[in-house]
Design a protein around this ligand. Structure first.
Ligand code: CTP
Ligand code: MG
Length: 239
């Protein structure tokens, strides 16, 4: 991949896995979310372009719904370094398919297509931190809402100290062996990839995230993303 050099050591391929096989139920469009356009470009293409622009990714594997493999190949940048594979029923199944497709990876980045506006600079920071020897690196932002724990009836059971909470984004970076082991375990379940490796007792390092790495989940998120790309006076601001 012909990309700028951010000065990190290259001691093994960095493979980015892009889960793009979700249906986008909460967004409610007629096509799977990763194929919905933002500023005229499908989210999955924006996410892949961001990874390429970071200059720290050697190969990209995109996981899509089975019926959209050909469409994905057609709309992604024509590069020998970008590969499309079939995803699975749950996000975890899609990531597992990506892990299996990259036996040569030294590092994995797992990066949601739905975080289409993620700045390349954030991607480069995750990889730089991996290269310093951290085996699991995830970006996060302080939470601005107060978070309550509730029981199934909706009664509050606790209020965790907000200062100790982070809203976690992607890309999440891992030493490849660690992520392989996490996905090889039986009955794995977690809402993010770091959640899987935490079970191994491995320290997961957080680094500052970026507001522009927000996940496009709802209609409101899509409006925001389009406004950002329209240059509607919305700039990335430090948290
Ligand atoms: N994803 C995936 N395979 C799945 C489910 C999700 O690759 N079976 C991907 C999505 O395409 C998205 C990312 O994982 O890029 C984050 O998931 P989410 O935001 O939940 O997207 P969807 O699952 O598509 O949305 P929803 O949950 O509203 O249906
Ligand atoms: Mg989902």
């Amino acid at each position: 991949m012909n990309t700028p050099d951010h000065g990190v050591r290259s001691d093994g391929p960095v493979v980015a896995l892009v889960p793009a096989a979700g249906r986008g139920v909460r967004l409610g469009e007629s096509i799977p979310k990763a194929f919905v356009t933002v500023g005229g470009t499908p989210m999955v293409r924006l996410a892949v372009e961001g990874l390429i622009a970071s200059g720290v990714v050697d190969r990209i594997i995109v996981m899509v719904p089975t019926e959209l493999v050909d469409s994905a190949v057609a709309l992604l940048p024509p590069s020998g370094s970008v590969q499309v594979v079939v995803g699975g029923a749950e996000r975890i199944d899609s990531v597992r398919a990506g892990v299996a497709a990259a036996p040569d990876a030294a590092y994995f980045l797992v990066h949601d297509a739905a975080r289409a506006l993620t700045p390349p600079e954030l991607i480069a920071r995750v990889v730089a931190e991996l290269r310093t020897g951290h085996r699991a690196v995830i970006p996060g932002l302080p939470v601005t809402d107060t978070i309550k724990a509730v029981d199934p009836t909706g009664t509050v059971t606790g209020t965790p100290d907000r200062a100790q909470l982070r809203a976690i984004q992607t890309p999440q970076g891992f030493a490849a062996e660690l992520l392989r082991s996490a996905y090889a375990a039986e009955g794995v379940q977690a809402t993010d990839d770091a959640g899987l490796v935490e079970r191994f007792g491995v320290q997961v390092r957080t680094i500052p995230g970026d507001p522009m790495a927000f996940k496009i989940t709802t209609r409101l998120d899509l409006v925001l993303a389009n406004a950002v790309l329209d240059g509607a006076g919305i700039q990335a601001v430090a948290p």
